[in-house]
Design a protein around this ligand. Structure first.
Ligand SMILES: Cc1cc2nc3c(=O)[nH]c(=O)nc-3n(C[C@H](O)[C@H](O)[C@H](O)COP(=O)(O)O)c2cc1C
Length: 375
């Protein structure tokens, strides 16, 4: 082969190897950030990189071999022994001596240790937080995928849909205006925090409409307006308020038993279903008896698109966090009103979604809490 052609080919292999390595690194990073287990670009660039590296090694083998021999061979150093002859000038008498040199110098050992430590620290820091576990459950996969990362660069070209209506309305359903919550004071916040417990035994007496009104108002009622935005008792990411509250009424004075939606914008109840729901709500709550014995059961649903159009892949995280805020408000408001509450996370999703009439995809039940007079 002509010498110049050989040189060109070597150069080409090196350049291609550099490109394949860059693509493999970048696609590996993307796969990590997005949690993609099968990313063909990464797989193929890895194979191509390995092939080119092999070619490169074969081609450069004579050089590599020569270099290795020089490095690994025990060094033969010509030592000079001087022989002093009194009346004559110093005559150098070169005698080749096979002097035992260290296999590796101190400087090389330090270099290797420092380089190794830096490489290990760098690799560990950059890879471990984003690495997907092959057997990670969906929750972990979602959590990893929803970390801010490369997906954010692409967000302008991804369509995350339109912002839905802020308030859910049922135009045909009967409305029940709740009494104004008023200024009555229950327990202080500190006292409510001290007394809060999960209560599962309830008295058979009803609660008043006013008590229900105060419970809902302090849970997530609209209590302020700033810059045209109506703010609520519980915080919400971007004030987008994805959580809806449904109330299954068992025993409230002057309110027919049934399923209601909290129309927060008017502080009113919209009746969705009428009738005794105790069996249905207990069944949805995996037969936890206290769900049929409480005065009311509050069911929190999330309309995910209210968050998704803005927060994209982080929407689901925020929905659950917000349900948690509201859930704690329910506990504290119930305690302040001298009632008890108990959170329920163990429920049959399909049954609970059916109970409040949501599809479980656009809007889904995420939490339920029983509230009632303590028994
Ligand atoms: C997310 C979540 C889910 C829960 N699910 C249930 C449940 O299904 N049934 C139940 O009896 N208690 C449930 N609880 C209540 C816990 O059992 C209770 O908070 C815990 O025992 C601590 O007691 P405390 O709330 O009185 O401090 C749940 C609590 C949380 C925060």
């Amino acid at each position: 082969m002509k010498k110049s052609l050989k040189h060109d080919l070597r150069y080409l292999v090196s350049v291609l190897l550099l490109i394949a390595t860059t693509v493999a690194c970048f696609s590996g990073w993307l796969a990590d950030v997005w949690g993609i287990n099968t990313f063909l670009i990464h797989t193929w660039s890895g194979y191509i990189m390995a092939l080119l590296a092999l070619l490169h090694t074969v081609w450069e083998w004579p050089r590599l071999w020569a270099y290795g021999r020089v490095r690994l061979r025990r060094r033969i150093t010509p030592a000079v022994r001087s022989v002093a002859v009194p009346s004559q000038p110093l005559v150098p008498a070169p005698v080749p001596v096979r002097a035992k040199q260290p296999f590796i110098t101190r400087r090389e050992v330090i270099g290797m240790l420092v380089g190794g430590a830096l490489g290990f620290a760098g690799g560990w820091r950059s890879s471990s937080p984003q690495r997907m576990q092959g057997d990670a459950d969906w929750g972990v996969q979602y959590h990893t995928w929803s970390k801010p990362g490369a997906a954010n660069f692409l967000s302008p070209i991804l369509d995350w849909g339109q912002r839905p209506a802020q308030y859910k309305v049922y135009p045909q359903a009967p409305r029940l205006a709740l009494p104004a919550p008023g200024d009555a004071q229950g327990l202080s916040l500190e006292e409510a925090l001290r007394q809060r417990r999960s209560i599962r035994t309830y008295a058979a007496t009803p609660i008043s409409q006013e008590t229900l009104s105060r419970l809902l108002f302090h849970t997530d009622g609209i209590n302020a307006e700033r810059g045209g935005i109506r703010l609520r008792a519980a915080p919400s990411a971007g004030a987008l308020y994805p959580i809806e509250i449904y109330i299954v009424v068992h025993r409230v004075e002057g309110v027919e038993a049934g399923v209601y939606h909290y129309a927060v914008q008017d502080h009113a109840l919209t009746q969705l279903r009428a009738g005794d729901m105790r069996d249905e709500v207990m069944r949805a709550g995996l037969w936890q008896r206290f769900l049929g014995e409480a005065n009311v059961v509050l069911i929190l649903t999330a309309i995910f698109q209210r968050l998704r159009w803005k927060y994209r892949e982080r929407a689901y995280r925020y929905a659950l966090l917000e349900a948690g805020h509201i859930g704690q408000n329910i506990y504290l408001a119930a305690t302040a009103l001298e009632m008890g509450a108990c959170a329920v996370g163990a429920f049959d999703d399909n049954a609970l979604n059916a109970l409040v009439g949501v599809d479980g995809e656009e809007e889904a039940a995420v939490y339920m809490l029983a509230v009632g007079r303590r028994g």
